[in-house]
Design a protein around this ligand. Structure first.
Ligand code: SAM
Length: 257
């Protein structure tokens, strides 16, 4: 195998999906790549802007259908660095938010290969924002928890329960398949009128948003496409979404009767 004199790795956050939601630094580093290893949620349009001569290798994982195991990805990063030189490891959102970036960094650095990180815009904040839902709002919610609802064994994480007991906004990644169970669990600790939103294909042309209140979570079951990734937001800030305007209006009308 040809050995590069200057192996190095950049972990770059590609942003939440929209091709123009990568940072300027991210684009600059991408243009300096000798090879790109990219994840499932990275926009193909973004890659098409990079010179055809640069190898682009898909190493994505989606819904448990692993194309490569994490250990294989780690090895491939190192092999690619020796073979090509500058590896850009392009990850959806921000590399450090459920991105297994630390494992990749530790492995690559154990070979003495330098690693830099370019932060990205995380779907945790950008996808709700794309629907006009703020994760905090003065007087409504002063904090937010970004979490995955379940542990490795599929059981609910204690963090979900702790967050549900607090007044924080809940931002749940990788939870679409278990949405009904999550909503029922949260409803044990919050008002049943607490609004939720499930946003899929966030920041992309085909973005969708389903809203409701915890008490009505069952009614949306058939509208959720469980094959698509989504961000679940639960908390009073979700009432900022236009779909609640009419309800809000009705509440005001009723209270003045
Ligand atoms: C493995 S996590 C990676 C998160 C990523 N590092 C970030 O900061 O956005 C993947 C999860 O992020 C969420 N996600 C990422 N991009 C999304 C998008 N465009 N629309 C909706 N959800 C998205 C989904 O919950 C998905 O299951």
């Amino acid at each position: 195998m040809m050995q590069s004199k200057n192996p190095k790795v950049s972990l770059v956050g590609a942003g939440p999906g929209g091709v123009d939601l990568i940072t300027l630094r991210g684009i600059k580093v991408l243009q300096q790549a000798d090879v790109i290893l990219y994840d499932a949620l990275v926009s193909i349009d973004l890659l098409s802007e990079i010179d055809n001569s640069i190898p682009k290798i898909y190493v994505g994982k989606r819904c448990g259908k692993h194309s490569l195991l994490q250990g294989d990805i780690n090895k491939l990063i190192v092999e690619s660095a020796y073979k090509y030189g500058h590896v850009v490891r392009l990850k959806g959102g921000d590399p450090f938010v459920f991105g297994r970036a630390s494992e990749e960094i530790e492995y690559v650095e154990s070979f003495g290969i330098p690693v830099t990180v370019v932060p990205g815009i995380s779907s945790a904040i950008a996808v709700p924002a794309s629907q006009g839902i703020p994760v905090t709002r003065r007087g409504v919610s002063s904090s937010f928890w970004v979490m995955t609802a379940t542990k490795k064994d599929g059981s609910f994480s204690n963090d979900l329960i702790l967050a549900a007991k607090s007044s924080a906004t809940l931002v749940i990644l990788m939870g679409v398949r278990k949405f009904i169970k999550i909503a029922q669990e949260v409803a044990k600790h919050r008002s049943k009128l607490t609004p939720f939103a499930i946003i899929q294909n966030g920041t992309l042309g085909k973005e969708t948003c389903i809203t409701g209140t915890l008490s009505s979570c069952n009614t949306v079951k058939n509208n959720i496409n469980i094959a698509l990734p989504g961000v679940i937001v639960i908390g009073d800030v979700v009432a900022e979404h236009p779909s609640f305007f009419e309800e809000e209006l009705q509440r005001v009308l009723h209270s003045s009767l």
